[in-house]
Write a protein that binds this ligand. Structure first.
Ligand SMILES: [Zn+2]
Length: 99
């Protein structure tokens, strides 16, 4: 699949909109910055030690993943949306950052 990458400004705008949807408790059918379809699912990760949170937006169609790092508990955070796979990815990211 050869798709045009949207301009950074558009990506930031979509991420912002998705983050505010998540804050309202909407975790699915969000807009994808990769393929522009409304097929993105939102998940969370949390590091209990550093109290850092992650919002993960994964597209069911093109598998594009966006990661938003939060230094405090994000609005709309729900333990039911914690995801093991993203949790592990986030732990690796935290290890890298803290080395
Ligand atoms: Zn997509």
């Amino acid at each position: 699949m050869n798709m045009t990458t949207p301009p950074l400004q558009a990506v930031l705008q979509i991420n912002l909109e998705n983050a505010s949807r998540v804050a309202e408790g909407k975790y699915s059918k969000l807009r994808c910055v990769g393929c522009n379809r409304d097929e993105v699912e939102a998940f969370f990760s949390v590091n209990d030690e550093t109290e850092q949170y992650g919002i993960w937006l994964e597209c069911a169609i093109c598998k594009h993943v966006e990661h938003i790092s939060c230094s405090s508990r994000p609005s709309g955070f729900s333990p039911t949306r914690l995801n093991d796979r993203f949790q592990k990815m986030d732990e690796r990211a935290w290890i890298r950052e803290n080395q």
